[in-house]
Design a protein around this ligand. Structure first.
Ligand code: XLS
Ligand code: MG
Ligand code: MG
Length: 390
């Protein structure tokens, strides 16, 4: 029987080496799965099927202390594995958070030598990403932040971050890498206080950069949700600004630590409205599942996890189409949206005439306040569509 929900390469679903390669280590426990090298991870993704591409941090692929000849062998083996499994490298990023050198941040570290090293490490990681074919370059400010506000002037920290972005954009232009940068916010991990905690923080930074056209955002479901925020609204703001360059899909119980659950596994209705938003607005970029399997999973279950992420997206996309075409939903939406082009035009552009007309208008608060808004009915229909009721 054909599977209507099987993903294909056209869906542009991607996984990071660190996602399906996650070994189950957490702050309280040792790994529960054997470590996989990049080739084994790419082969696993090939076995999953329907995946478009793979993403990496510089040190997921090449260990931080590898020699040049070791790096060359790793790159050759990795390229062969990509070819064998028909996978592309779609996004690359820098690990600026694992090594102790970054304990006080990278571009915003208080140590000028660490700041210079962080910029240099990123340049080399960009060289690697470009060589492997990536055109999207993500910046998650892993340890950009502080524990005590006495330790850093946050205005100075922001200006240091801006200068690093400006330099790295110029580096990409100079090397003709054609990268688009995607900045990824996270509110409350791993530092006590994080700089740029939300997607909106980066959207406000971008227009102050030297090359704003090259820089957008990479919002992640779990990051906005762990702070109790509505992720779709952050994505909507990025879409409106034409800055949604990349997206990290996963799931998360609000208020908890970084859980990176399988997409759609915790907040199905929120996942549905996210997919609907991306599809309604024809988001055409990569959809990266920045998630990992439960710590209790073995290799076979990791494969189920990866298939589940994609399958849930494809099913929700089908449900979003169903919702848009649903008779009851359409009737409710017609009742809810009381449009008038003339009224909107009155305050759509300012003129003295428009202002005079508006000032002279009669409004009935009683009539407007009494109009029906059947949002309960709309939400119940949404939930029933999600539960598979036709
Ligand atoms: C961490 C981030 C990270 C970035 C890439 O929480 O999600 O994995 O996506 O460095
Ligand atoms: Mg994350
Ligand atoms: Mg992420």
């Amino acid at each position: 029987m054909p599977d209507d929900f099987a993903p294909t390469s056209k869906d542009k679903f991607t996984f990071g080496l660190w996602t399906v390669g996650n070994s189950g280590r957490d702050p309280f426990g040792m790994p529960t799965r054997p470590a996989l090298d990049p080739v084994q991870i790419v082969d696993l993704l090939g076995e999953v099927g329907g995946v478009h591409g793979v993403n990496f941090h510089d040190n997921d692929l090449i260990p931080i202390d590898a020699s040049k000849s070791e790096a060359d062998t790793i790159k050759q083996d990795f390229s062969k594995a990509l070819k064998r499994n028909k996978l592309q490298v779609c996004m690359a990023t820098t690990n600026l958070f694992t090594d102790a050198v970054f304990r006080d941040g990278a571009f915003t570290s208080n140590d000028a030598e660490v700041r210079a090293y962080a910029v240099r490490k990123t340049m080399r990681a960009m060289d690697l990403g470009a060589e492997m074919g990536a055109r999207i370059y993500v910046f998650w400010g892993g340890r950009e932040g502080c524990e005590t506000d006495g330790s850093k002037d946050p205005v100075l920290a922001e200006s240091r971050f801006r200068k690093a972005m400006n330099f790295l954009c110029d580096y990409s232009i100079d090397r003709k890498y054609d990268f688009r940068f995607a900045l990824e916010a996270k509110p409350n991990e791993p530092r006590g206080h994080m700089f740029f905690p939300t997607t909106a923080s980066y959207l406000a930074l971008i227009p102050t950069l030297k090359h704003p056209e090259m820089v957008g955002v990479n919002p992640e479901v779990a990051h906005e949700q762990m702070a109790g925020l509505n992720f779709s609204h952050a994505v909507a703001q990025a879409l409106a600004a034409e800055k949604l360059f990349h997206i990290d899909l996963n799931d998360q119980e609000p208020g908890r630590y970084d859980q990176d659950y399988r997409f759609g596994s915790s907040n199905l209705k929120a996942a549905f409205f996210l997919v609907k938003l991306l599809e309604d607005h024809k988001y055409d970029g990569f959809k990266h599942f920045d998630a990992h399997a439960y710590r209790s999973s073995d290799r076979a279950d990791v494969i189920e996890f990866a298939r589940g992420c994609m399958r849930t997206y494809v099913i929700l996309r089908q449900r979003a189409r169903q919702w848009n075409a649903d008779k009851q939903v359409r009737t409710l939406l017609r009742q809810i949206n009381q449009d008038s082009k003339d009224l909107d035009a009155l305050w759509g552009t300012f003129s003295k005439g428009h202002a005079e007309t508006l000032l002279g208008m009669q409004f009935s608060r009683e009539k407007m306040g009494g109009k029906a808004l059947p949002y309960e009915a709309l939400d119940q229909r949404t939930v029933e569509i999600l539960m598979g009721i036709d």
